[in-house]
Design a protein around this ligand. Structure first.
Ligand code: SF4
Length: 396
């Protein structure tokens, strides 16, 4: 085969080959088969019990991860590993000194009174620290986006953010019920971030006990429902739903396997147009930081003008009309004939959606935008980008 001429076209062609090869390798190495299971992952806390049931009984129905998510998982894993190596190297500089041990030690939690000792929650710890003073504690490492880590200073902050909440419950379980033969004094959340030192957030048994308790009782409830569903004695639709729609944001089952009544009652529109779903995913990556992100937001406002609720892949948008006093009469008599147009402008809100990846996280800050009455004529213009895809939320 003769060697092609080194033209600009050829350079671009080979750039495409490199990217395609990297994508294929990533999928081959990182795409794990989805399956069902009869217990809850330690990283699988969710405020909605139905979601925890679906994770167990319908894990195999989750769509495969998109390559960009897989890339995020890989980077997150590598960086978390780097943080652990950093800790190992740092131990001798400590005062008191410390050492790292116990990576991948399995922690399991069982039904209290179950003679069969059924597993309820299972997970592997990231490691533990033993200080020269004899104090020991488990560590939970996470790699976070700077805007997330900037808001996390205490255990309570970890519980507040949808990007770190599952890790907060995970760490609570690990501290509360250590592997046999161990007793942890503390849990330290080691939060790595690009371009800065890690944030180290500690918690004591007193801090975590209510949350470890909550996780365990939710897991008990979820596993009981899972058993009923698996035995054909109940349907997953009978599992009680959360009262608050907030917790549905980013749920992989929203709009595919679960239609909470809040959504139906509020006349939610489920977006099925793949181009628009891809455009929303792209907008979520960019937000308002770039010209492209701003342009996409303008498109979203036009597409969903007049919709009270729209579910687009992982994202939920809500909108409402806002009234404005208008004057349809000559200036000189405005004051006398003042009118009110209830559809003067439409306000579209992005309801923060959880888009977690292992080790990386991004905020789903609420975003607001309006379209005014004069923009309405553009609403029906077909627009979109090519590409596919429903994303998935949550832990992996
Ligand atoms: S969509 Fe909402 S109600 Fe349904 S499983 Fe997910 S979190 Fe629960």
């Amino acid at each position: 085969m003769s060697r092609p001429a080194p033209t600009a076209d050829r350079a671009w062609e080979l750039a495409g080959v490199i990217r395609a090869a990297m994508t294929a390798e990533l999928i081959d190495a990182e795409q794990r088969p989805r399956d069902t299971r009869d217990y809850v992952y330690a990283s699988g806390f969710h405020p909605c019990v139905k979601r925890m049931v679906l994770d167990m009984v319908a894990g195999d129905k989750k769509p495969p991860w998109e390559p960009h998510r897989l890339a995020g998982f890989r980077m997150g894993k590598q960086r978390e590993n780097d943080v652990r190596l950093w800790l190992e190297a740092a131990g001798r500089y400590g005062d008191p000194k410390f050492e790292v041990f116990g990576k991948d030690m399995v922690a399991r939690f069982y039904h209290d009174n179950d003679p069969r000792q059924r597993k309820l929650i299972s997970g592997k710890i990231d490691g533990a620290l033993r200080f020269a003073t004899g104090e020991v504690g488990v560590i939970e490492t996470k790699w976070l986006a700077p805007w997330t880590v900037g808001k996390v200073h205490t255990y309570a902050d970890l519980l507040r953010s949808p990007w770190t909440r599952a890790a907060a419950y995970q760490g609570a379980e690990y501290l509360w019920a250590p592997p046999e033969g161990f007793a942890w004094d503390f849990v330290w959340f080691v939060l790595g971030v690009h371009g800065d030192l890690p944030h180290i957030v500690p918690a004591t048994l007193a801090d975590v006990t209510p949350f470890a308790d909550e996780f365990l009782s939710k897991a008990e409830e979820a596993v009981a429902w899972r058993d009923l569903v698996a035995d054909g004695d109940a349907s997953v639709d009978q599992v009680p739903l959360p009262k608050d729609l907030e917790v549905c944001h980013g749920c992989w089952a929203l709009g595919s396997m679960c239609f909470p009544p809040q959504v139906a009652a509020e006349g939610a529109h489920l977006e099925l147009n793949e181009d628009r779903i891809a455009a929303v995913e792209r907008w979520a990556e960019l937000k308002e930081a770039t010209k492209e992100g701003k342009a996409l937001w303008e498109k979203l406002k036009r597409w969903y003008r007049g919709r009270e609720m729209v579910v687009v892949g992982d994202h939920v948008f809500t909108g409402k009309w806002q009234g404005q006093t208008v004057y349809d009469i000559p200036d000189e008599v405005k004051a006398k004939y003042r009118g009110f147009n209830p559809q003067y402008q439409f306000k579209l809100n992005h309801q923060a959606v959880v888009k977690r990846t292992e080790g990386t996280a991004q905020d789903g800050d609420t975003q607001e935008g309006t379209t005014h009455a004069q923009e309405a004529g553009e609403a029906a213009r077909p627009e979109g980008t090519t590409g596919a895809a429903h994303g998935q939320g949550a832990e992996r």
